[in-house]
Design a protein around this ligand. Structure first.
Ligand code: SF4
Length: 189
């Protein structure tokens, strides 16, 4: 996995002062994407064990509220596999800090789903076919995340007044509450 940037003081992508990791690689290609350079899985620098330690070190000060992972697309299966050890370690070392992730995939239809890639659900039309991002590490990854901001950026739905998201269709999902309830439960922050 490659990554474009690590922000060690970020107040835009979740509550409080956070560390943010922007991973590379995204197959959604949303029109109007604010970060198109990161569509390329080879963009930026290689993510190494040293990168993980750098992130963990940046998370250690008491005023840091948590980690946010965005991109690019953290839920591309190859990125999920690379991110799992980091998220496990964050949970182990900093259980009091929150973990947020952003994804263009839909939580209930494409991340929890085990649909074959490219298969279309028999549901009302959407702007692209649903694709499953579920892989062998997804369930564990979800078990370690507090909030998932899901849905592709849609330029026509853009609203600068929104907190922690760019377009109105995107949802701030309380992942643990949703998994417990068996239905999408929005973050009440
Ligand atoms: S999911 Fe995010 S990074 Fe990927 S194209 Fe859409 S806005 Fe850009």
């Amino acid at each position: 996995m490659n990554y474009g940037e690590i922000k060690k003081v970020d107040i835009a992508n979740g509550p409080g002062v956070r560390v943010s990791l922007f991973v590379s690689g995204c197959t959604h290609h949303c029109p109007g994407c604010f970060n198109a350079d990161t569509w390329d899985f080879g963009f930026g620098k290689e993510y190494t064990a040293g990168t993980q330690e750098e992130i963990l070190e940046a998370l250690s000060p008491p005023h840091i509220a948590g980690l946010t992972v965005l991109g690019g697309e953290p839920f591309e299966p190859d990125n999920q596999r690379e991110l799992l050890p980091l998220i496990r370690e964050v949970r182990s070392r900093f259980p009091e800090k929150s973990v947020w992730m952003y994804s263009g995939y839909l939580f209930d239809r494409e991340i929890l789903s085990t649909l074959p890639a490219g298969e279309v659900l028999p549901e009302p039309p959407v702007w692209v076919p649903y694709r499953s991002a579920h892989c062998e590490v997804t369930d564990e990854l979800l078990s370690l995340i507090d909030v998932l901001v899901d849905g592709k950026f849609i330029a026509a739905e853009k609203d600068l007044s929104l907190r922690f998201r760019g377009s109105r269709n995107q949802r701030l999902i309380d992942v643990q509450a949703s998994l417990s309830a068996g239905t999408v439960t929005l973050w009440q922050g």
